[in-house]
Design a protein around this ligand. Structure first.
Ligand SMILES: Nc1ncnc2c1ncn2[C@@H]1O[C@H](COP(=O)(O)OP(=O)(O)OP(=O)(O)O)[C@@H](O)[C@H]1O
Ligand SMILES: [Mg+2]
Length: 515
């Protein structure tokens, strides 16, 4: 019912014509603003966010949608060749380069971003052995790439079971499985959209090809095997794969890591100067690979017979009781003290199955670790503990272990020849008589790792070279010395003591006694 002219509305009227002028103005302004916001053109900021997200898969999770409040905030800026890695949609991509350029971080960041952007995605982080993964990639993932999302409960760590591999499970249904190729059954029964292999040069080509068959989950518009590695020998299967175009190689550089070089100015940072100083102090093949990023072989390798495909053995947790145990020791304090645990099978083959390799540790401190590793409750006593000739070291060790030790046969030349002959596969059964087991190292010495020095015997053997004398001596045409370079050779010495003990000592002759 209308109101006659001149008549006033009652105080509770809702007809709208009699609201105060100021209130009507405010409402109109609000409506105009709402309309404008709806038709507003995209700002540069909105467009940038869209571009970044669409680069990965063309999808956009709600929390990143322009205009909506952001959820968890994680900051990572890829630089230089890392951007190339982020853009790559190749089936196989290797991010290769010298040490510390930010390769692993970039791979893990990409994997995490893809899991967030593609609900239901299945990813895999893997390395040759599961234990090595725990101390490397997973630390970077937990403490950098996924830190904020873990803290906010957007994803959770699932520790796995005897049958099932461990994994990060995201709220959006994505999963990133974690495992080693040494436990292939657990990880290879699933399908994935993207797999990240850390230190891919450790894998065999068969491992690599087995992984490619698992890439068919189809939750992302491309499926990818992404890997990182430091350079190895130029004939390495992975390098050959890149050279023949099967795998795309992106070469990573130190300048791409903002921790080492200021991205804007290109100037080296304080941390960069200290890190690059350590790399500059390396020598030989380690310098070329880890500082310069060159795929090169050590020239004048002592053990040219060493072939990882032949002499590298799978991890042996506990060798059979019937196998004889030996321990060899090379003492050191500034240089690493190396303790090797050997088992000899019924055919006389030797397996290095456990190893302690540590600097700045006294013999007293090392003794309990040796006792623990001997595991005498379940394993037989070693037949012999063979040590280098440090009298004080031997006396201390004997006191703490309650066992006697034996002085090693230290001659270098014939020792090396004996090792070489054991490394060669036998003509009878095609198997060598000397194996170094994967993952024999019990605990990695972080100081050595940070300094990029070998951390175990397996890492020493590939850089153990003959001493060619100084550059001047070579120019003068002096003949090369008959000795290896005395650097990073402590595992090499302990290994030689073992072989010399078995192959170079004259065995007591057994005379038959006539009754
Ligand atoms: N864009 C970045 N922003 C911040 N920190 C970074 C970035 N890139 C790398 N880092 C840091 O630099 C350090 C070295 O990176 P990373 O471990 O990924 O190097 P790498 O090339 O894999 O080394 P290696 O060759 O020894 O395996 C890490 O602490 C990492 O978090
Ligand atoms: Mg790395």
């Amino acid at each position: 019912m209308g109101i006659a002219k001149g008549q006033k509305c009652p105080p509770d009227c809702s007809c709208g014509r009699h609201r105060p002028h100021a209130q009507r103005l405010a409402e109109a302004k609000e409506a105009r603003a709402r309309k404008a916001a709806k038709n507003a053109p995209e700002t540069e900021k909105d467009r940038k966010a869209k571009r970044i997200l669409e680069k990965v898969d063309g999808k956009r999770p709600d929390s990143f949608a322009p205009g909506k409040p952001r959820g968890v905030v994680h900051r990572y800026q890829p630089h230089g060749t890392c951007v190339e890695l982020f853009r790559s949609r190749d089936n196989e991509v290797l991010f290769a380069g010298p040490a510390g350029t930010g390769k692993s971080r970039a791979c893990l960041e990409k994997l995490h971003m893809m899991a967030l952007l593609n609900p239901g995605m299945r990813g895999l982080i893997c390395r040759k052995t599961q234990t090595s993964l725990g101390s490397t990639a997973l630390v970077t993932f937990k403490e950098h790439a996924a830190k904020e999302h873990l803290e906010a409960g957007e994803m959770k760590w699932y520790g796995g079971s005897p049958q099932e591999a461990a994994a990060y499970k995201y709220k959006n249904g994505s999963v990133i499985v974690v495992g080693g190729m040494d436990k292939a059954m657990k990880i290879m029964s699933s399908e994935y959209d993207v797999v990240y292999v850390q230190e891919a040069t450790e894998l065999t080509e068969t491992d690599w090809e087995a992984i490619t068959t698992r890439l068919r989950n189809g939750k992302v518009s491309f499926q990818q095997l992404m890997a990182d590695a430091n350079p190895d020998v130029p004939t390495h299967w992975l390098k050959v794969r890149c050279d023949t175009g099967k795998t795309k190689m992106i070469e990573s550089r130190h300048e791409d890591n903002p921790v080492l070089f200021e991205p804007k100015t290109g100037k080296i940072t304080k941390a960069g100067a200290s890190y690059m100083g350590k790399l500059d102090a390396l020598s030989g093949v380690r310098y070329m690979r880890l500082r310069k990023g060159v795929w090169c072989a050590a020239e004048g390798l002592v053990y040219e017979e060493w072939d990882p495909a032949v002499n590298r053995y799978k991890k042996i947790l506990r060798p059979p009781i019937s196998w004889t145990r030996y321990i060899t020791v090379d003492f050191g304090y500034t240089n690493p003290m190396v303790v090797q645990f050997w088992a000899e099978d019924e055919d006389g083959r030797l397996y290095l199955y456990k190893e302690l390799y540590q600097t700045k540790t006294t013999v007293e401190d090392m003794a309990p670790k040796i006792v623990e590793a001997m595991n005498l409750k379940h394993e037989p006593r070693p037949r012999m503990i063979i040590c280098d000739h440090d009298a004080e070291g031997r006396a201390t060790l004997e006191k703490h272990l309650g066992m006697s030790t034996r002085a090693a046969k230290k001659s270098v030349e014939d020792g090396i020849q004996a090792v070489k002959s054991r490394l060669r596969p036998s003509e009878v059964d095609g198997r060598p008589r000397l194996y170094l087991c994967e993952d024999a190292l019990i605990h990695r010495d972080n100081e050595l790792y940070e300094a990029k020095k070998p951390t175990c015997t397996l890492e020493e053997i590939v850089g153990y070279i003959w001493d060619r004398g100084t550059a001047k001596a070579q120019m003068d045409g002096k003949p090369p010395k008959e000795q290896p370079v005395k650097e990073h050779d402590h595992g090499m010495d302990a290994l030689r003591y073992m072989i010399a003990e078995r192959d170079l000592r004259s065995r007591p002759r057994i005379r038959s006694i006539a009754y």
